[in-house]
Design a protein around this ligand. Structure first.
Ligand code: GDP
Ligand code: MG
Length: 457
């Protein structure tokens, strides 16, 4: 309808898109979001290492990075590129808030008399910790507290929650009390969440407690899960100036002001959602860490549930169409293990979908490495041939050779965890080429980019 607008000379001469694709990229902190987006831009701009994508599109294309639109903080591609192009390149610094970047793809028309097709690809990067919050919307303060406190007393979590649980016992949570105590209880709960995070646990609610973004120090966050007043829940036994009453109020406020707002701002009109998973790291830290990641993904998938029965759909009338779960850092394992790596994630997602009875949800599973920082080689050791990887470990100058172990195809039995131990050092990135027509080496990025575009081509 607005075709005539294309004829107007814009100051920046950005062609209007024929299609817009909005892609949300999430994953728990350090799962590889920033590196993924940097590599994706690098790959599309140079387009010299994307054979699969080019074959699938079947037509020539060029990519442009558009200037930021000012609403979101901008994903600063060029400063990240500069860091990656150094002789001793460095991984980007951790980021804590939402950022957006837009690429335009111009796909050549098959016929001279047709215009080229312009696709705008909008990528939004946000912390997965925030996404975990969505399932809170469906819970009362009592039910949420109950779930979190039960969890705090189970498995290895018990080791980390002692300090917080003690503070709950030491204070009268239901009688009239001074507000000054609120921050201390909140901080003690945050300490527990931090311990979980340092020990590679994934399920840490509420997300803003670990990744406050623009809410750092906001008193709205001064709450924590609390036990119900005993012996029986009774509204009357709770003073309206008690810790319990204040925390309950702030919990409800957090839901409506933070979680719902986030949902409306960021999840409303996405075409695709990519969830990055650092399965490698989780395997390294053992069964508890793995099971906890499963729990986190269960919560994430619950919020992505399809159809009319989803509580989010009921609340907002929204749906998300397509979720891609992508296991990152495939450069930590030799190519012969890619299938096992993918199988592990596939099984995990499949089980969760079965548990939640959402087998119909449109999910896809893939593995990749945004920046391939290792080489693969075979090494003879005590008469055996071992499949190894070679790279420069962080803090060192020279490459070294590592045997990463062998990934099992399934992970459900206790035996597997006893038999397998996985050790993965952190590698330094390889330098990005200085030539703008060449992109950095990757693993299966072209497949992942095609998965994003597939439905829109
Ligand atoms: N070897 C390797 N390491 C990666 C890759 N992507 C990310 N990493 C590592 O994971 C860390 C976290 O990545 P980042 O993108 O900052 O995670 P974010 O917090 O999700 O944005 C990096 O500092 C790297 O150490 C990859 O493709 N290969
Ligand atoms: Mg980041």
């Amino acid at each position: 309808m607005f075709d005539f607008l294309k004829e107007i000379e814009l100051p920046f001469k950005i062609p209007l898109p024929d299609k817009k694709i909005r892609v949300a990229i999430t994953g728990l902190s350090r799962s590889g979001k920033t590196v993924f987006i940097t590599s994706l831009i690098n790959q599309l701009l140079a387009n010299d290492k994307l054979p699969y994508l080019n074959e699938k599109i079947g037509r020539d294309f060029v990519a442009r990075l558009l200037p930021p639109d000012g609403i979101y903080s901008r994903f600063d591609y060029y400063s990240k590129l500069k860091d990656f192009q150094k002789d001793a390149p460095v991984w980007p610094k951790p980021t804590k808030s939402v950022s957006k970047t837009t690429l335009q793809l111009e796909i050549k028309s098959e016929y001279a008399f047709f215009d080229n097709e312009i696709i705008e690809l909008e990528l939004i990067d946000y912390p997965g910790e925030w996404l975990l919050d969505l399932t809170m919307l469906n819970l009362s303060f009592e039910a949420w507290s109950d779930m979190i406190l039960k969890l705090a007393q189970s498995g290895r979590r018990k080791e980390y929650s002692q300090g917080f649980l003690r503070i709950l016992e030491e204070n009268d949570l239901y009688a009239k009390s001074d507000k000054a105590i609120d921050e201390m209880i909140h901080d003690s709960y945050c300490e527990y969440l931090k311990l979980l995070h340092y020990n590679h646990f994934s399920f840490t609610q509420p997300g803003r407690f670990l990744e406050p973004g623009d809410m750092a120090g906001d008193p709205m966050l001064y709450f924590a899960p609390l036990p119900k007043p005993s012996p029986k829940p009774s509204v009357k036994s709770v003073d309206e100036n008690s810790i319990y009453a204040r925390f309950k109020k702030r919990f409800e406020l957090y839901k409506s002001e933070v979680v719902k707002r986030l949902y409306l701002e960021h999840f409303r009109e996405f075409d695709s959602q990519i969830v990055l998973v650092d399965l490698i790291k989780t395997l390294q830290y053992g069964r508890d860490s793995f099971e906890d990641m499963r729990l986190a993904f269960k919560h994430i998938l619950k919020s992505f549930e399809y159809g009319n029965n989803n509580f989010l759909t009921k609340l907002f009338g929204l749906k998300i169409d397509h979720v891609i779960f992508a296991a990152t850092k495939a450069d930590f394992i030799p190519p012969s293990q890619y299938n096992s790596y993918k199988d592990l994630l596939e099984r995990m997602i499949h089980h969760i979908k079965r548990e939640l009875d959402i087998m119909h949800a449109d999910t896809e599973v893939t593995i990749f490495s945004a920046v391939k920082s290792t080489e693969y080689l075979k090494v003879k050791h005590e008469g055996k041939v071992l499949e190894c990887i070679k790279g420069v470990v962080e803090g060192e100058d020279k490459p070294s050779i590592h045997f990463p172990g062998i990934l099992p195809r399934e992970i459900d039995s206790e035996e597997i965890w006893k038999e397998h131990s996985f050790k993965f050092p952190n590698f330094r990135p390889i330098p990005f080429p200085n030539d703008s027509t060449k992109a950095v080496d990757h693993i299966r990025m072209d497949r992942l980019i095609y998965s994003i575009l597939r439905k829109h081509l």
